[in-house]
Design a protein around this ligand. Sequence first.
Ligand SMILES: Nc1nc2c(c(=O)[nH]1)N[C@H]1C(S)=C(S)[C@@H](COP(=O)(O)OP(=O)(O)OC[C@H]3O[C@@H](n4cnc5c(=O)[nH]c(N)nc54)[C@H](O)[C@@H]3O)O[C@H]1N2
Ligand SMILES: Nc1nc2c(c(=O)[nH]1)N[C@H]1C(S)=C(S)[C@@H](COP(=O)(O)OP(=O)(O)OC[C@H]3O[C@@H](n4cnc5c(=O)[nH]c(N)nc54)[C@H](O)[C@@H]3O)O[C@H]1N2
Ligand code: SF4
Ligand SMILES: [Mo]
Length: 692
Amino acid sequence: MSKLQAVCPHDCPDTCSMLVTVRDGRATKIEGDPNHRFTSGFLCTKVSKYLERVYHSERVLYPQRRVGAKGEGKFVRVSWDEALDEIAYRLKRVADEYGPQAVLPYSYAGTIGLLNYASMDRRFFHRYGASLLERTICSSAGATGYKYTIGATIGYDPEAIKYARLIAIFGSNIITSNVHLWPFILRARRNGAKVICIDPYRNRTAEASDEHIFIRPGTDAALALGLMHVIVSEGLHDEDYIQRYTVGFEQLKARLQEYPPERVSAITDIPVEKIVELARSLATMQPVAIRINYGLQRHYGGGMAVRTLACIPALTGAWRYPGGGILLSTSGTFPINTQALERPDLIPPGTRTINMSRLGEALTNRFPNGKHLDPPIKCLFVYNSNPAAVAPDSSVVIEGLRREDLFTVVHEQFQTDTADYADILLPATTQLEHFDLHKSYGHLYLMLNEPVIAPLGEALPNTELFRRLAAKMGFEEDCFKDSDEELARQALSTDHPALATITLERLKAEKYVRLNLPDPYLPFAEGGFLTPSGKCEFYSEAMLKAGLDPLPTFTPPAESAISDPQKAAKYPITLLSPPAHSFLNSTFVNIRRLKEAEREPTVELSQEDAEKRCIRSGMLVRVYNARGEVLLRAVVSSRIRPGTAVAASIWWRKYARDGKNVNATTPQLLTDMGGGATFYDNLVEIEPIESE
Ligand SMILES: Nc1nc2c(c(=O)[nH]1)N[C@H]1C(S)=C(S)[C@@H](COP(=O)(O)OP(=O)(O)OC[C@H]3O[C@@H](n4cnc5c(=O)[nH]c(N)nc54)[C@H](O)[C@@H]3O)O[C@H]1N2
Ligand SMILES: Nc1nc2c(c(=O)[nH]1)N[C@H]1C(S)=C(S)[C@@H](COP(=O)(O)OP(=O)(O)OC[C@H]3O[C@@H](n4cnc5c(=O)[nH]c(N)nc54)[C@H](O)[C@@H]3O)O[C@H]1N2
Ligand code: SF4
Ligand SMILES: [Mo]
C-alpha cells in the first residue's frame, strides 16, 4: 500500500493537492492533502467521489465507431490503429476537398492541466492548419475587462484574504465553486472581518455571509460607479495612491457625476442607504478584499462590469495592505511558457478563428449577419468538453451535430451528450492515469501530477492521442515527439524570477512549490500594474483604440427592460443557470451519489412570480423563450427576487424527461469585450404544465 500525491484536474480555482491510497495497482482512497496550505486537508463533495468516476462501469475504455444514427449513441469497438487510420484519412480528405480550415477543434477545460489542456493538441491543429478556436465560454469577458484596468489577471494573494477586515464578494459562489478560500475567509472573520455578498441570488455563500445585498442581474458596473461616486464625493479616496499609481482620475471623476446613488439605486434595485454604506465601508475598512468571480460577467456588459469594479482598490488604496485589492484570477501570476507548449508559430498565416460560444452558428453555417463560413465546418474534433450540454442555444448546436456530412471525433472518459453524436469515440485517461503540470487560478502553487495507476482499458491522455495522430499524418517536426516530461520542462523554460529554481526535478521531489513571491504577496502595493502606462488605468487608451468607452461605464444587459422592453414584456424573467453544488459544469452528473444529491433539474423562482403564474413548489414548469424550452421542477423560494429565476446547472440532456437542459434557452450573443458567452443574459417566461 502506498499514499501517492496527485492534483485535482478540474476547472476550479482551488487546484487541490490530493493523496491517493493505492493497493495492488488500484486506487482505494482519495483525500485532501493536509500539508498543502490552500487545500487544507479536504476535497470538495465532488472530487471526494473521484474514484467512483475513475472506476465507473460506464467509462469509455476502447475506441469505437458509430453504428446507429447520429445522436443515438450506438457504437462498436475498433482498435486504436483503425480509429486513428480513419481519422487521419478523413483529415487528409477534408484538407484536399475543402482546405484544412474546414476542421474545427473544440476543447475546453475537462482538465486544466497545462499539458492536457493545451500542448500537443494545439501543435497538431496548428501544423494541420485547422480553424483556430477562440475559447470564450467561461472567462474571456471578465479577463479582458480586468486586463484593461490592471494589465494582467493578477490579484491579491488569496491566502492573504485572512488579513482582510472587509470581504466583498460579487458574482461568486465561493462555498460551491471556490470552497478552499472559505477557511481563509473564516479566519478573517474570527479576527472581526465582515463578509458581504452582492448577488441576485441568496446562494450558499450569501447565506453564510454577514450580509447579502440583492442586485439586479447585469448591473454591477452601475453599482461600482455609484460606490466610486460616494467615495470620491465624500473625499474617502486615497489621493496619494491615485497620484502615484493611476491614470485618468480627473476623467473618472467627471464620469462619476453621472452616477449618483439615486440613479444607481434605480438601475441596481439596491436602496440608496445601502450603496452609501457599502461605499464608506469599502473605503475605510482596510484591508478590503474584493472577490469577484465569473458569475457577474456572463452578461452582455460583463467585460465593462469587471473593468469598472477593478478600479475600486486603486481609488481607495486597498492594494497597499496584505489582503487588500481585488481578485478575479491568479492565472496571470504564473509565467508559463505557453508559446513553447502550443507552438503558435506553426499556424499558417491568415488562419481564421471561430468563437466557441457560437458553435451552433458555426456548425449550421447560419449567422445573424447573413455571412457564411467558407469553407464550412466538415469535421469537428471534440476533447475536454461537452458542447452538446454546455454550449449556449443548444437546439442549434444539436442541429449542427446531427449533420450527416459532419465527421465528428470525441475523445472522452464517458459517453456524454456530445459523445452520442460522435462518428469516432476515443477513450481518455483520468487524472490518476496520466502526467500533468498545473498552475492555478485561485492560489499561487505550481503542482505536478504523476500517474498513480495504470490507464484503464485502452484509454490515452490527450497528449498521447495527438502525438500518435501526428505520426499517422506524417508530421515530421521534432515537437511531435516530445514526451510529457519534455513538455513540462518546456512549460517551465522562462527567465521569469517567479519560476527561478522551480524545475521539474524539484517538483518531482516536492510535488508542489509556491511561486517565488513574497509571502504574503502584495502585487500592486507600490503600483507596477501591467497596463501600457504601468498604472491602474481609470482611463484606457487601449479601450478607446478597441472602439470601447475608455472610461468605466454601465452597459446594460442585452435582454433587459432597458435594452429591449418588448422582449422583456414577453419574457419577463432573467434566468440564471449557475453551477450546481454537486456538479462541475457537466462533469460528475453521472456519478450516482452526486446526481442524487442534486435530485433533478429545477428552477427556483420568487413567491410573487410563482403566484402570478399559479405555480407551486414541486410542479413541473415549462421555461421558454424564442430560442427554446426546457421542463424543470419549480422551487418557490425566498432566495430570489421577482424578475429573476435560478436553474442550477449543467445537467446532462439525456437524463432529462424532455431530453434537454437549460441551454435550450441561452443565447449565442457575445459580451461587450473578449467575445464571451452571455449565459445569464437570458430572458424567459415560465408556465405550469397543464397536465400537472
Ligand atoms: N461546484 C462547482 N464548482 C465550480 C464549477 C461547477 O460547475 N460546480 N464550475 C467551475 C467553473 S468552470 C467556473 S467558471 C466557476 C464558476 O463559479 P463562479 O465564478 O462563482 O460563477 P457562477 O457560479 O457562474 O456565478 C456565481 C454567482 O454569480 C451570481 N450572478 C449572476 N449574475 C450576476 C450579476 O450580474 N451580478 C452579480 N453580482 N452576481 C451575479 C449568481 O447568482 C451566482 O450566485 O466555478 C468553478 N467551480
Ligand atoms: N447554462 C450554462 N451553461 C454553461 C455555464 C453556466 O454557468 N450556465 N458555464 C459555462 C462555463 S463557466 C464553462 S467553463 C463551460 C464548461 O464546459 P466544458 O469545459 O465542456 O466542461 P464540462 O461540462 O465539465 O465537460 C468537460 C468534459 O471533458 C471530459 N474530460 C475530462 N478530462 C478529460 C481529459 O483528460 N481528456 C479528455 N479528452 N476529456 C476529458 C469530461 O469527461 C467532460 O465530459 O460550460 C459553460 N456552460
Ligand atoms: S474541484 Fe476544486 S475544490 Fe474540488 S477537489 Fe478539485 S480543485 Fe479542489
Ligand atoms: Mo468556467
